[in-house]
Design a protein around this ligand. Structure first.
Ligand SMILES: NC(=O)C1=CN([C@@H]2O[C@H](COP(=O)(O)OP(=O)(O)OC[C@H]3O[C@@H](n4cnc5c(N)ncnc54)[C@H](O)[C@@H]3O)[C@@H](O)[C@H]2O)C=CC1
Ligand SMILES: O=C(O)C(=O)CO
Length: 388
Protein backbone atom coordinates (compact mmCIF):
# COMPACT_ATOMS: atom_id res chain seq x y z
CA UNK A 1 0.00 0.00 0.00
CA UNK A 2 1.22 3.52 -0.83
CA UNK A 3 2.37 5.56 2.17
CA UNK A 4 -0.47 7.84 3.18
CA UNK A 5 0.51 11.48 2.91
CA UNK A 6 0.50 13.69 6.01
CA UNK A 7 -2.78 15.48 6.58
CA UNK A 8 -3.41 18.77 8.38
CA UNK A 9 -5.06 18.70 11.80
CA UNK A 10 -5.97 20.97 14.71
CA UNK A 11 -5.32 19.51 18.18
CA UNK A 12 -7.40 20.13 21.33
CA UNK A 13 -6.31 18.99 24.81
CA UNK A 14 -3.01 17.44 23.64
CA UNK A 15 -2.41 15.56 26.92
CA UNK A 16 -5.80 13.77 26.86
CA UNK A 17 -5.65 10.02 27.46
CA UNK A 18 -7.98 8.94 24.62
CA UNK A 19 -7.26 9.94 21.04
CA UNK A 20 -10.42 10.91 19.15
CA UNK A 21 -10.34 12.06 15.53
CA UNK A 22 -13.01 14.09 13.75
CA UNK A 23 -12.67 13.99 9.97
CA UNK A 24 -14.27 17.46 9.73
CA UNK A 25 -14.73 20.60 11.75
CA UNK A 26 -18.33 20.57 13.03
CA UNK A 27 -20.67 23.37 14.23
CA UNK A 28 -20.76 24.48 17.87
CA UNK A 29 -18.32 24.17 20.76
CA UNK A 30 -20.23 21.86 23.08
CA UNK A 31 -19.07 18.66 21.34
CA UNK A 32 -15.46 19.80 21.68
CA UNK A 33 -15.92 20.63 25.37
CA UNK A 34 -17.63 17.31 26.09
CA UNK A 35 -14.69 15.39 24.63
CA UNK A 36 -11.87 17.51 26.06
CA UNK A 37 -13.49 17.67 29.55
CA UNK A 38 -13.55 13.87 29.51
CA UNK A 39 -9.85 13.25 28.95
CA UNK A 40 -9.91 13.05 25.17
CA UNK A 41 -7.19 14.45 22.95
CA UNK A 42 -9.23 15.67 19.98
CA UNK A 43 -7.74 15.97 16.51
CA UNK A 44 -9.90 17.74 13.94
CA UNK A 45 -8.93 17.37 10.30
CA UNK A 46 -8.47 20.80 8.69
CA UNK A 47 -7.64 19.56 5.18
CA UNK A 48 -9.37 21.93 2.74
CA UNK A 49 -10.71 19.25 0.37
CA UNK A 50 -14.39 18.46 0.92
CA UNK A 51 -14.51 14.68 0.53
CA UNK A 52 -11.74 12.70 2.24
CA UNK A 53 -10.55 9.48 0.61
CA UNK A 54 -10.06 6.19 2.44
CA UNK A 55 -6.29 6.84 2.32
CA UNK A 56 -6.76 10.29 3.88
CA UNK A 57 -8.73 8.73 6.73
CA UNK A 58 -6.18 5.92 7.18
CA UNK A 59 -3.56 8.63 7.70
CA UNK A 60 -5.81 10.31 10.28
CA UNK A 61 -6.40 7.06 12.18
CA UNK A 62 -2.65 6.37 12.34
CA UNK A 63 -1.20 3.82 14.81
CA UNK A 64 -3.28 4.70 17.85
CA UNK A 65 -6.85 5.94 17.82
CA UNK A 66 -9.72 5.28 20.22
CA UNK A 67 -12.58 6.62 18.13
CA UNK A 68 -13.52 8.55 15.00
CA UNK A 69 -16.34 10.95 14.16
CA UNK A 70 -16.90 10.74 10.40
CA UNK A 71 -19.14 12.11 7.66
CA UNK A 72 -21.73 10.68 5.27
CA UNK A 73 -19.45 11.47 2.30
CA UNK A 74 -16.88 8.90 3.50
CA UNK A 75 -16.66 5.22 2.64
CA UNK A 76 -16.56 3.37 5.97
CA UNK A 77 -15.91 -0.31 5.19
CA UNK A 78 -13.52 -3.13 6.01
CA UNK A 79 -10.38 -1.11 5.23
CA UNK A 80 -11.16 1.68 7.69
CA UNK A 81 -12.76 -0.45 10.40
CA UNK A 82 -9.88 -2.94 10.44
CA UNK A 83 -7.40 -0.03 10.58
CA UNK A 84 -9.33 1.49 13.47
CA UNK A 85 -9.31 -1.85 15.27
CA UNK A 86 -5.53 -2.23 14.74
CA UNK A 87 -5.11 1.27 16.19
CA UNK A 88 -6.94 0.11 19.35
CA UNK A 89 -10.22 1.85 18.44
CA UNK A 90 -13.72 0.68 19.35
CA UNK A 91 -15.99 3.55 18.30
CA UNK A 92 -17.12 5.30 15.13
CA UNK A 93 -20.02 7.71 14.72
CA UNK A 94 -21.43 9.16 11.54
CA UNK A 95 -22.47 12.80 11.94
CA UNK A 96 -25.77 11.89 10.24
CA UNK A 97 -28.85 9.83 10.89
CA UNK A 98 -28.47 7.96 7.56
CA UNK A 99 -25.60 5.46 7.50
CA UNK A 100 -25.76 3.92 4.04
CA UNK A 101 -22.08 4.99 3.69
CA UNK A 102 -21.19 2.54 6.48
CA UNK A 103 -20.71 -1.21 6.07
CA UNK A 104 -22.14 -2.20 9.44
CA UNK A 105 -21.17 -5.86 8.95
CA UNK A 106 -17.53 -4.83 8.51
CA UNK A 107 -17.82 -2.81 11.73
CA UNK A 108 -19.32 -5.84 13.50
CA UNK A 109 -16.45 -8.07 12.32
CA UNK A 110 -13.99 -5.58 13.80
CA UNK A 111 -15.94 -5.01 17.02
CA UNK A 112 -16.49 -1.30 16.27
CA UNK A 113 -19.64 0.41 17.52
CA UNK A 114 -21.37 2.52 14.84
CA UNK A 115 -23.23 5.62 16.00
CA UNK A 116 -25.70 7.86 14.18
CA UNK A 117 -27.62 11.01 15.12
CA UNK A 118 -31.40 10.41 14.99
CA UNK A 119 -34.17 12.69 16.20
CA UNK A 120 -32.26 15.96 16.28
CA UNK A 121 -32.73 16.60 12.56
CA UNK A 122 -36.31 15.42 12.10
CA UNK A 123 -38.06 18.81 12.01
CA UNK A 124 -35.27 20.64 10.20
CA UNK A 125 -35.18 18.07 7.41
CA UNK A 126 -38.97 17.96 7.16
CA UNK A 127 -39.06 21.78 6.93
CA UNK A 128 -36.64 21.69 3.99
CA UNK A 129 -38.76 19.05 2.25
CA UNK A 130 -41.77 21.33 2.82
CA UNK A 131 -39.77 24.27 1.42
CA UNK A 132 -38.91 22.29 -1.72
CA UNK A 133 -42.57 21.33 -2.08
CA UNK A 134 -43.68 24.97 -1.94
CA UNK A 135 -40.85 26.15 -4.16
CA UNK A 136 -41.85 23.57 -6.78
CA UNK A 137 -45.62 24.13 -6.43
CA UNK A 138 -45.35 27.92 -6.73
CA UNK A 139 -42.35 28.04 -9.09
CA UNK A 140 -40.39 30.22 -6.69
CA UNK A 141 -36.96 29.70 -8.25
CA UNK A 142 -38.12 30.31 -11.81
CA UNK A 143 -39.97 33.44 -10.69
CA UNK A 144 -36.94 34.70 -8.74
CA UNK A 145 -34.72 34.24 -11.81
CA UNK A 146 -37.30 36.07 -13.94
CA UNK A 147 -37.31 39.06 -11.56
CA UNK A 148 -33.51 39.26 -11.41
CA UNK A 149 -33.29 39.05 -15.19
CA UNK A 150 -35.40 42.25 -15.37
CA UNK A 151 -38.20 40.47 -17.25
CA UNK A 152 -41.09 41.56 -15.00
CA UNK A 153 -43.11 44.26 -16.76
CA UNK A 154 -46.37 44.03 -14.83
CA UNK A 155 -48.98 41.70 -13.33
CA UNK A 156 -50.53 39.23 -15.75
CA UNK A 157 -53.27 36.61 -15.25
CA UNK A 158 -51.03 33.81 -16.57
CA UNK A 159 -47.75 34.76 -14.91
CA UNK A 160 -46.17 31.80 -13.03
CA UNK A 161 -49.40 30.02 -12.31
CA UNK A 162 -48.69 26.97 -10.10
CA UNK A 163 -50.52 24.41 -7.93
CA UNK A 164 -52.79 24.99 -4.93
CA UNK A 165 -51.93 22.45 -2.22
CA UNK A 166 -55.08 22.82 -0.11
CA UNK A 167 -57.41 19.86 -0.57
CA UNK A 168 -54.86 17.93 -2.67
CA UNK A 169 -53.24 14.66 -1.60
CA UNK A 170 -49.76 14.41 -0.17
CA UNK A 171 -48.06 11.04 -0.59
CA UNK A 172 -45.28 10.03 1.77
CA UNK A 173 -43.01 7.08 1.06
CA UNK A 174 -41.21 6.12 4.27
CA UNK A 175 -43.33 7.48 7.12
CA UNK A 176 -40.65 7.25 9.82
CA UNK A 177 -39.45 10.18 11.93
CA UNK A 178 -38.88 12.63 9.07
CA UNK A 179 -41.63 11.38 6.74
CA UNK A 180 -44.21 11.66 9.55
CA UNK A 181 -43.03 15.15 10.55
CA UNK A 182 -43.25 16.28 6.90
CA UNK A 183 -46.74 14.74 6.56
CA UNK A 184 -47.95 16.61 9.63
CA UNK A 185 -46.60 19.91 8.32
CA UNK A 186 -48.32 19.50 4.97
CA UNK A 187 -51.60 18.29 6.51
CA UNK A 188 -51.82 20.85 9.28
CA UNK A 189 -50.30 23.73 7.31
CA UNK A 190 -52.01 23.20 3.97
CA UNK A 191 -54.98 20.96 4.79
CA UNK A 192 -53.83 18.21 2.46
CA UNK A 193 -55.09 14.62 2.59
CA UNK A 194 -52.57 11.88 3.27
CA UNK A 195 -51.69 8.65 1.54
CA UNK A 196 -48.57 6.88 2.76
CA UNK A 197 -46.54 3.76 2.18
CA UNK A 198 -44.23 2.23 4.76
CA UNK A 199 -43.36 -1.29 5.84
CA UNK A 200 -44.80 -0.39 9.26
CA UNK A 201 -48.03 1.27 10.29
CA UNK A 202 -47.56 4.94 11.29
CA UNK A 203 -50.14 4.77 14.07
CA UNK A 204 -49.39 8.13 15.68
CA UNK A 205 -49.55 9.89 12.32
CA UNK A 206 -52.87 8.25 11.51
CA UNK A 207 -54.28 9.34 14.90
CA UNK A 208 -53.07 12.89 14.30
CA UNK A 209 -54.82 13.13 10.91
CA UNK A 210 -58.03 11.65 12.31
CA UNK A 211 -58.06 14.15 15.21
CA UNK A 212 -57.22 17.08 12.95
CA UNK A 213 -59.93 16.02 10.50
CA UNK A 214 -62.44 15.99 13.37
CA UNK A 215 -61.28 19.44 14.48
CA UNK A 216 -61.77 20.84 10.97
CA UNK A 217 -65.20 19.23 10.68
CA UNK A 218 -66.30 20.67 14.02
CA UNK A 219 -65.32 24.08 12.64
CA UNK A 220 -67.40 23.61 9.51
CA UNK A 221 -64.39 22.96 7.28
CA UNK A 222 -63.70 20.09 4.91
CA UNK A 223 -61.96 17.39 7.03
CA UNK A 224 -58.57 15.95 6.03
CA UNK A 225 -58.29 12.19 5.53
CA UNK A 226 -55.59 9.50 5.61
CA UNK A 227 -54.97 6.22 3.86
CA UNK A 228 -52.24 3.63 4.34
CA UNK A 229 -51.49 2.32 0.85
CA UNK A 230 -51.06 -1.40 0.27
CA UNK A 231 -48.47 -0.71 -2.44
CA UNK A 232 -46.15 2.12 -3.32
CA UNK A 233 -47.81 2.27 -6.74
CA UNK A 234 -51.08 3.30 -5.06
CA UNK A 235 -49.31 6.34 -3.58
CA UNK A 236 -47.72 7.25 -6.91
CA UNK A 237 -51.03 7.00 -8.77
CA UNK A 238 -53.12 8.95 -6.26
CA UNK A 239 -50.90 11.66 -4.80
CA UNK A 240 -50.47 15.20 -6.14
CA UNK A 241 -47.29 15.70 -4.10
CA UNK A 242 -44.96 12.79 -3.29
CA UNK A 243 -42.11 13.09 -0.81
CA UNK A 244 -39.51 10.36 -0.33
CA UNK A 245 -38.23 9.68 3.21
CA UNK A 246 -37.10 6.05 3.43
CA UNK A 247 -33.65 4.82 4.40
CA UNK A 248 -31.42 3.97 1.42
CA UNK A 249 -30.87 0.21 1.17
CA UNK A 250 -31.31 -2.40 -1.50
CA UNK A 251 -35.12 -2.25 -1.11
CA UNK A 252 -35.22 1.49 -1.89
CA UNK A 253 -32.43 1.82 -4.51
CA UNK A 254 -34.04 3.27 -7.69
CA UNK A 255 -37.41 3.02 -6.02
CA UNK A 256 -38.46 5.76 -8.46
CA UNK A 257 -37.74 4.25 -11.90
CA UNK A 258 -39.17 4.85 -15.41
CA UNK A 259 -42.17 2.55 -14.83
CA UNK A 260 -43.10 4.26 -11.60
CA UNK A 261 -42.59 7.77 -13.02
CA UNK A 262 -44.99 6.80 -15.79
CA UNK A 263 -47.86 6.09 -13.36
CA UNK A 264 -47.54 9.41 -11.53
CA UNK A 265 -49.89 12.29 -12.38
CA UNK A 266 -48.58 14.48 -15.20
CA UNK A 267 -48.67 17.54 -12.92
CA UNK A 268 -47.38 15.83 -9.79
CA UNK A 269 -44.62 17.23 -7.59
CA UNK A 270 -41.87 14.84 -6.46
CA UNK A 271 -39.58 15.75 -3.55
CA UNK A 272 -36.47 13.92 -2.41
CA UNK A 273 -34.62 14.80 0.80
CA UNK A 274 -33.65 11.20 1.61
CA UNK A 275 -30.78 9.83 -0.51
CA UNK A 276 -30.07 10.43 -4.19
CA UNK A 277 -30.03 6.79 -5.37
CA UNK A 278 -33.65 6.35 -4.25
CA UNK A 279 -34.43 7.97 -7.64
CA UNK A 280 -33.10 6.80 -11.01
CA UNK A 281 -31.94 10.34 -11.76
CA UNK A 282 -31.22 9.84 -15.48
CA UNK A 283 -34.78 8.54 -15.91
CA UNK A 284 -36.06 11.53 -13.94
CA UNK A 285 -34.32 13.96 -16.31
CA UNK A 286 -36.06 12.29 -19.28
CA UNK A 287 -39.39 12.45 -17.45
CA UNK A 288 -38.93 16.16 -16.67
CA UNK A 289 -38.16 16.84 -20.34
CA UNK A 290 -41.24 14.95 -21.54
CA UNK A 291 -43.57 16.41 -18.89
CA UNK A 292 -43.01 20.15 -18.41
CA UNK A 293 -45.82 20.38 -15.81
CA UNK A 294 -44.24 17.67 -13.63
CA UNK A 295 -42.05 19.31 -10.99
CA UNK A 296 -39.36 18.08 -8.71
CA UNK A 297 -37.58 19.41 -5.60
CA UNK A 298 -34.25 17.71 -4.90
CA UNK A 299 -31.89 18.00 -1.93
CA UNK A 300 -29.92 14.85 -2.79
CA UNK A 301 -28.45 13.41 -5.98
CA UNK A 302 -27.42 10.02 -7.24
CA UNK A 303 -23.73 10.89 -7.77
CA UNK A 304 -23.15 13.69 -5.27
CA UNK A 305 -21.73 16.24 -5.71
CA UNK A 306 -22.71 15.87 -9.39
CA UNK A 307 -26.07 16.10 -11.10
CA UNK A 308 -26.97 13.80 -13.99
CA UNK A 309 -26.55 15.50 -17.39
CA UNK A 310 -29.46 17.74 -18.29
CA UNK A 311 -30.89 18.19 -14.80
CA UNK A 312 -29.39 21.65 -14.32
CA UNK A 313 -31.18 22.87 -17.48
CA UNK A 314 -34.64 21.83 -16.34
CA UNK A 315 -36.86 24.74 -15.26
CA UNK A 316 -39.25 22.28 -13.60
CA UNK A 317 -36.56 21.18 -11.12
CA UNK A 318 -35.56 22.96 -7.90
CA UNK A 319 -32.16 21.77 -6.69
CA UNK A 320 -30.28 22.46 -3.45
CA UNK A 321 -26.97 20.96 -2.22
CA UNK A 322 -27.92 18.39 0.49
CA UNK A 323 -28.82 21.04 3.07
CA UNK A 324 -31.96 19.49 4.56
CA UNK A 325 -30.48 19.21 8.06
CA UNK A 326 -28.69 22.56 7.86
CA UNK A 327 -30.15 24.57 10.74
CA UNK A 328 -27.76 25.77 13.45
CA UNK A 329 -29.62 23.98 16.26
CA UNK A 330 -29.71 20.70 14.36
CA UNK A 331 -26.11 20.74 13.19
CA UNK A 332 -24.88 21.53 16.72
CA UNK A 333 -27.09 18.74 18.04
CA UNK A 334 -25.75 16.29 15.45
CA UNK A 335 -22.17 17.19 16.47
CA UNK A 336 -23.05 16.62 20.13
CA UNK A 337 -24.73 13.26 19.53
CA UNK A 338 -21.86 12.03 17.32
CA UNK A 339 -19.27 13.04 19.93
CA UNK A 340 -21.28 11.43 22.75
CA UNK A 341 -21.62 8.17 20.80
CA UNK A 342 -17.84 7.95 20.52
CA UNK A 343 -17.15 9.18 24.06
CA UNK A 344 -19.75 6.85 25.59
CA UNK A 345 -18.27 3.78 23.88
CA UNK A 346 -14.73 4.72 24.89
CA UNK A 347 -15.88 5.16 28.50
CA UNK A 348 -17.78 1.86 28.45
CA UNK A 349 -21.19 3.49 28.97
CA UNK A 350 -24.34 1.56 28.00
CA UNK A 351 -26.43 2.42 24.96
CA UNK A 352 -29.43 4.74 25.44
CA UNK A 353 -32.65 2.72 25.33
CA UNK A 354 -34.62 4.93 22.94
CA UNK A 355 -32.86 6.63 20.02
CA UNK A 356 -36.04 8.63 19.33
CA UNK A 357 -35.77 10.42 22.70
CA UNK A 358 -32.39 12.13 22.57
CA UNK A 359 -33.36 15.45 24.20
CA UNK A 360 -31.55 14.71 27.50
CA UNK A 361 -28.25 14.76 25.59
CA UNK A 362 -28.94 18.15 24.04
CA UNK A 363 -29.46 20.32 27.12
CA UNK A 364 -26.64 22.88 27.01
CA UNK A 365 -26.84 23.46 30.76
CA UNK A 366 -26.76 19.91 32.05
CA UNK A 367 -24.29 17.04 32.03
CA UNK A 368 -25.51 14.51 29.47
CA UNK A 369 -26.61 11.06 30.67
CA UNK A 370 -23.73 8.52 30.90
CA UNK A 371 -24.82 6.65 27.77
CA UNK A 372 -24.22 6.42 24.02
CA UNK A 373 -27.24 8.20 22.45
CA UNK A 374 -27.56 5.93 19.38
CA UNK A 375 -25.48 2.89 18.36
CA UNK A 376 -26.97 1.08 15.37
CA UNK A 377 -25.14 -2.23 15.92
CA UNK A 378 -25.57 -2.37 19.72
CA UNK A 379 -27.40 -5.71 19.54
CA UNK A 380 -24.88 -7.35 17.20
CA UNK A 381 -22.02 -6.29 19.48
CA UNK A 382 -23.93 -7.31 22.62
CA UNK A 383 -23.59 -3.84 24.16
CA UNK A 384 -25.55 -3.23 27.38
CA UNK A 385 -28.62 -1.02 27.29
CA UNK A 386 -29.13 1.94 29.65
CA UNK A 387 -32.15 1.94 31.96
CA UNK A 388 -34.25 5.03 31.16
N1 LIG B 1 -31.20 15.17 3.04
C1 LIG B 1 -30.74 15.19 4.26
O1 LIG B 1 -29.98 16.05 4.65
C2 LIG B 1 -31.19 14.16 5.21
C3 LIG B 1 -31.52 12.90 4.79
N2 LIG B 1 -31.93 11.96 5.67
C4 LIG B 1 -32.32 10.62 5.16
O2 LIG B 1 -33.63 10.34 5.63
C5 LIG B 1 -33.69 8.98 6.04
C6 LIG B 1 -34.81 8.78 7.02
O3 LIG B 1 -34.51 9.34 8.28
P1 LIG B 1 -35.49 9.10 9.54
O4 LIG B 1 -36.87 9.51 9.20
O5 LIG B 1 -34.84 9.71 10.71
O6 LIG B 1 -35.42 7.51 9.63
P2 LIG B 1 -36.53 6.49 10.13
O7 LIG B 1 -35.82 5.20 10.31
O8 LIG B 1 -37.31 7.06 11.26
O9 LIG B 1 -37.53 6.38 8.86
C7 LIG B 1 -37.27 5.63 7.73
C8 LIG B 1 -38.56 4.93 7.32
O10 LIG B 1 -38.38 4.29 6.04
C9 LIG B 1 -39.14 3.10 6.08
N3 LIG B 1 -38.72 2.19 5.02
C10 LIG B 1 -37.63 1.37 5.01
N4 LIG B 1 -37.62 0.65 3.86
C11 LIG B 1 -38.72 1.04 3.15
C12 LIG B 1 -39.26 0.67 1.89
N5 LIG B 1 -38.67 -0.26 1.13
N6 LIG B 1 -40.38 1.27 1.49
C13 LIG B 1 -40.99 2.21 2.25
N7 LIG B 1 -40.54 2.59 3.46
C14 LIG B 1 -39.42 2.01 3.89
C15 LIG B 1 -38.91 2.55 7.49
O11 LIG B 1 -39.85 1.59 7.86
C16 LIG B 1 -39.00 3.84 8.31
O12 LIG B 1 -40.31 4.10 8.77
C17 LIG B 1 -32.27 8.71 6.59
O13 LIG B 1 -31.95 7.35 6.57
C18 LIG B 1 -31.39 9.53 5.68
O14 LIG B 1 -30.93 8.75 4.61
C19 LIG B 1 -31.99 12.23 7.01
C20 LIG B 1 -31.67 13.45 7.48
C21 LIG B 1 -31.22 14.52 6.63
O1 LIG C 1 -28.28 12.96 8.59
C1 LIG C 1 -28.31 12.60 7.40
O2 LIG C 1 -28.57 11.44 7.06
C2 LIG C 1 -28.01 13.58 6.36
O3 LIG C 1 -28.22 13.34 5.20
C3 LIG C 1 -27.44 14.89 6.72
O4 LIG C 1 -28.05 15.45 7.76
Amino acid sequence: MAMAKPISIEVWNPSGKYRVVSTKSMPGMRWIRLLTDNDCRLEICTEPKTILSVDDILALIGDRCDGVIGQLTEDWGEVLFSALKRAGGTAFSNMAVGYNNVDVEAANRNGIAVGNTPGVLTETTAELAASLTLAAARRIVEADQFMRAGLYDGWLPHLFVGNLLKGQTVGVIGAGRIGSAYARMMIEGFKMNLIYYDLYQATRLEKFVTAYGEFLKANGEQPVTWKRAATMEDVLREADVISLHPVLDKTTYHLINPERLAIMKKEAILVNASRGPVIDEAALVEHLKANPMFRVGLDVFEDEPYMKPGLADMKNAVVVPHIASASKWTREGMSTLAALNVLGKIKGYPVWGNPNQVEPFLNENATPPPACPSIVNAKQLGLPSAKL
